[in-house]
Design a protein around this ligand. Sequence first.
Ligand SMILES: NC(=O)c1ccc[n+]([C@@H]2O[C@H](COP(=O)([O-])OP(=O)(O)OC[C@H]3O[C@@H](n4cnc5c(N)ncnc54)[C@H](O)[C@@H]3O)[C@@H](O)[C@H]2O)c1
Length: 111
Amino acid sequence: MMICVVGLGYVGLPLAIQFPRSSAKVTGLDIDQSKIDQVNRGRSYIKHIASKTVSEVLRAKRLNASTDSSRIKNAEAVIMCVPTPLTKNREPDISFVIKTGTTYPGTTDEN
Ligand SMILES: NC(=O)c1ccc[n+]([C@@H]2O[C@H](COP(=O)([O-])OP(=O)(O)OC[C@H]3O[C@@H](n4cnc5c(N)ncnc54)[C@H](O)[C@@H]3O)[C@@H](O)[C@H]2O)c1
């Protein structure tokens, strides 16, 4: 099974390295090139995730990371882990979710 995790932050990266334990393959997508580069070099930028764990799933060819949103087309399941910061009224700002949902290929009727 191929799973796509969109947003490799505090939630997305730990999630992306768990699925390969059950033999699923994961493509991690992010707009932050430095995160993509670090993941693809087997480096963790999340304190409680060891780089060793990231490099193990990379070596097993069960994880790859990219800024290329077209990779979402190969996924059987997509998990969105983009930010939802609180507004000044303490309501979630879902603009990142809407942007992701409308700009990724195949996520609207138009593309
Ligand atoms: N961090 C926590 O402890 C925690 C706990 C519970 C729930 N959450 C929720 O989980 C979600 C993700 O939070 P987080 O802490 O992982 O955020 P984060 O800021 O650490 O990571 C979000 C990632 O999404 C990326 N991103 C933004 N727009 C994107 C796009 N269009 N396409 C691809 N990537 C994009 C960012 O570059 C970043 O790497 C939020 O809804 C948050 O409220 C977080």
